[in-house]
Design a binder for this molecule. Structure first.
Ligand SMILES: [Zn+2]
Length: 144
C-alpha cells in the first residue's frame, strides 16, 4: 500500500521535565504506603484520612496535582476480594459454620480490611503516579 499521507505522525518522545527530583519507583511507592511525601519521605502525604495534601510541608512538592481518582479503591477492592474470598472458601471447606456466622465474621472483617488498606494503597498509587508523571497541569489543581 503506497504511503499517501503527506506526513507521518511522530509521537513526542521527550517527557516533560519533572519540577522535582523524584526518587526511584519503589521508594516513592513505599513512602506513599507510609503516608509520607513520595518525593522527600518527610512531609505528610495526607490531610485527614484520604485527602492528599496540596503541597508537601517539607519539600513543597505539588502533591495536589496528583489525582488518583478511582484507582486506589479499585486496587483495594481487588486485593480485599481475593483475600476475603480465599479465606471464606478455606473456612467454608474446613469448618462447618452457618451462613449467619460466616456473615458475622466475614462482613466486618472485609470492611475492616478495606479501611485498613485503602490509605496505604492510595499512598502507593500517588507515589506511582508522581513517579510516572501522571500529574494535572497546574491550572487544574484542586484541593482533593
Ligand atoms: Zn516532600
Amino acid at each position: 500500500m503506497p504511503d499517501t499521507l503527506p506526513y507521518r505522525w511522530q509521537p513526542d518522545r521527550r517527557p516533560d521535565p519533572s519540577p522535582f527530583a523524584a526518587p526511584p519507583l519503589f521508594r516513592a511507592m513505599l513512602r506513599g504506603v507510609r503516608a509520607t511525601c513520595p518525593v522527600c519521605g518527610r512531609g505528610r502525604l495526607f490531610v485527614g484520612w484520604l485527602r492528599v495534601a496540596p503541597v508537601c510541608s517539607a519539600c513543597a512538592a505539588p502533591l495536589g496535582l496528583i489525582s488518583a481518582d478511582d484507582a486506589p479503591p479499585y486496587f483495594t477492592v481487588f486485593i480485599v476480594a481475593h483475600l476475603a474470598i480465599g479465606a471464606l472458601v478455606a473456612v467454608d471447606r474446613s469448618v462447618r459454620l452457618s451462613i449467619l456466622a460466616e456473615m458475622l465474621i466475614f462482613l466486618p472483617a472485609t470492611l475492616l480490611l478495606t479501611l485498613l488498606l485503602i490509605r496505604p494503597v492510595k499512598g502507593a498509587t500517588v507515589g506511582l503516579m508522581m513517579k510516572l508523571g501522571f500529574m494535572k497541569p497546574p491550572d487544574e489543581r484542586d484541593d482533593g
